[in-house]
Design a protein around this ligand. Structure first.
Ligand SMILES: [Zn+2]
Length: 137
């Protein structure tokens, strides 16, 4: 389920949705080089990561769903699991939401591109033999 070849693997590891080998992002979220610091193309299979201009606008829908899930879960856990009032739980959850903005924004992009592009086993196997890492940098 979480092995190469499954969507969840590519989503969890932020890998190219087509070959599950190339990285989507140039650097870690905590490197300070920007939230949306993505490669233009896959370094392994040459898949274009910006399918059309404004492609990632659709990731807002995924981000909205992820925020909603986070907010409902966090408020419920804080309200029912601690002695906090509903307003205190909401305020603490909002503070956490502000901190999570970059993380959720990246996750939304990863989900969005994985919805649009399917895994291709043949390309993945061929790409393993001839990595294009040097060509793309
Ligand atoms: Zn790839």
């Amino acid at each position: 389920m979480f092995n190469p070849g499954s969507k969840l693997y590519a989503i969890r590891k932020s890998k190219c949705p087509r070959c599950h080998q190339g990285n989507l992002f140039k650097s870690s979220l905590f490197s300070g080089q920007g939230v949306y610091n993505m490669h233009k193309r896959c370094a392994v299979c040459d898949q274009d990561f910006e399918l059309e201009p404004g492609f990632y606008w659709g990731a807002m829908y995924i981000g909205y769903a992820l925020y909603t899930l986070y907010m409902l879960t966090a408020i419920a856990l804080l309200f029912f699991g601690t002695a906090l009032t509903l307003n205190q739980s909401f305020a603490l959850t909002m503070l956490g939401a502000l901190i999570m903005v970059p993380y959720i924004a990246r996750r939304a992009r990863v989900w969005w591109i994985n919805i649009a592009i399917r895994y291709n086993k043949k390309i993945a196997q061929k790409s393993t033999l001839k990595p294009l890492d040097k060509k793309i940098k």
